[in-house]
Design a protein. Structure first.
Length: 190
């Protein structure tokens, strides 16, 4: 019976922390891409993430245009999520293992956000190629910094943009070469 409760607790922790971390990550990505913050979705993201970020910004300055308060908040949320999930299962992690696993999970989250946002952008371009809505603008802002270099390497052929395939290959390689070794290291330190 306790296995069911720990599974339910892990599910709730994963869902609540995961959703909020996704919103914080989107804010960071939109800031780095200098996206339109008058977009209704951007406004929602800003209002939801302001309560923890405003006090953190007083303590943690930005570095080279990167909102380090958002980075620290993401890292702390990821560590709390992993700690709570392992505690709900009746286990403990070392601080070093928790830190490395958190870093690996955050890198994986960034890569997954890029992968999913590019897929959504592709589908939206098929459904409504000339249509503009708030989601399209946000996706373009997030994806263009990585799509532009990919288009230089693999330009559109007969009007068909194959650069997302190149980006997906790159994301897959990064997961194999960065995320997997970090996860293995974190598990060995745990």
């Amino acid at each position: 019976m306790t296995g069911y409760f720990s599974s339910a607790a892990a599910f709730l922790i994963e869902a609540v922390f995961g959703l909020y971390m996704l919103i914080v990550l989107l804010r960071l990505m939109l800031q780095m891409a200098r996206a339109d913050f008058y977009n209704p979705l951007s406004q929602f993201i800003v209002k939801v993430t302001n309560p923890p970020l405003k006090p953190l910004r007083r303590l943690i300055p930005g570095i080279a245009g990167t909102d380090m308060a958002s980075v620290v908040l993401l890292f702390l949320l990821q560590m709390a999520k992993l700690a709570l999930i392992t505690l709900s299962a009746g286990m403990m992690l070392s601080i070093a293992g928790l830190a490395v696993l958190s870093a690996a999970e955050l890198v994986a989250l960034v890569l997954n956000v890029y992968m999913i946002s590019i897929l959504i952008q592709i589908v939206l371009s098929w459904i409504s190629p000339s249509g503009h809505n708030p989601l399209t603008g946000i996706l373009y802002s997030i994806n263009e910094p990585i799509m532009r270099p990919a288009r230089k390497i693999l330009p559109p052929i007969s009007g068909i943009d194959l650069s997302p395939i190149l980006v997906f290959l790159g994301i897959g390689l990064l997961k194999i070469l960065i995320v997997s070794p970090l996860l293995d290291l974190g598990r060995s330190l745990a």
